[in-house]
Design a protein around this ligand. Structure first.
Ligand SMILES: Nc1ncnc2c1ncn2[C@@H]1O[C@H](COP(=O)(O)OP(=O)(O)OP(=O)(O)O)[C@@H](O)[C@H]1O
Ligand SMILES: [Mg+2]
Length: 138
């Protein structure tokens, strides 16, 4: 049984410190020796940028490319494309391409389970998975 805790930092309103909290909570936990994965689930990509990946548009593997593979039933490596930051946290990066994901998900079977399915394999590698959500109810 995995002991990993998955926490979504979510609020419908913009600018309410979701990204700031994800980043600082994650790095704080990492400094306490926990294995932490941050997931940038906001197409604005603020978390990815904040950790120093300023050219996120050129990253070959992102949350969007991985979720697309799941939706299209393509083979994928569950821990591929994870970036490692010197502060001790890992991150699944994102760029603006994620903005098309909600549309791709509309007709998908079990669409509400797609992210959960992706993270289920990753849970065995981490103590905490923190998801930085976008400012919407999506
Ligand atoms: N404790 C705080 N006190 C004052 N300002 C803060 C605090 N935490 C965050 N901020 C500021 O609030 C602003 C918004 O923070 P942040 O980007 O984390 O919000 P967000 O909820 O992720 O926004 P978005 O909805 O656009 O994703 C930033 O300028 C940040 O520096
Ligand atoms: Mg944010």
């Amino acid at each position: 049984m995995t002991k990993c805790k998955v926490i979504a930092l979510a609020n419908q309103k913009g600018g309410t410190a979701k990204t700031t909290t994800t980043l600082n909570l994650g790095i704080g936990l990492a400094h306490q020796g926990r294995k932490v994965l941050l997931v940038d689930a906001d197409p604005q990509g603020d978390l990815t940028t904040a950790l120093g990946w300023i050219n996120a548009d050129s990253l070959p593997i992102t949350l969007e490319t991985q979720m697309k593979k799941i939706l299209q039933d393509e083979p994928f490596v569950y821990n591929e494309g994870i970036l490692h930051h010197e502060e001790g946290v890992d991150i699944i990066p994102t760029n603006i391409e994620l903005s098309g994901m909600e549309i791709s998900l509309v007709n998908a079977m079990s669409r509400e389970q797609t992210l959960k399915l992706y993270l289920s394999d990753l849970k065995k590698d981490y103590d905490y998975i923190l998801i930085d959500c976008m400012p919407s109810l999506g």
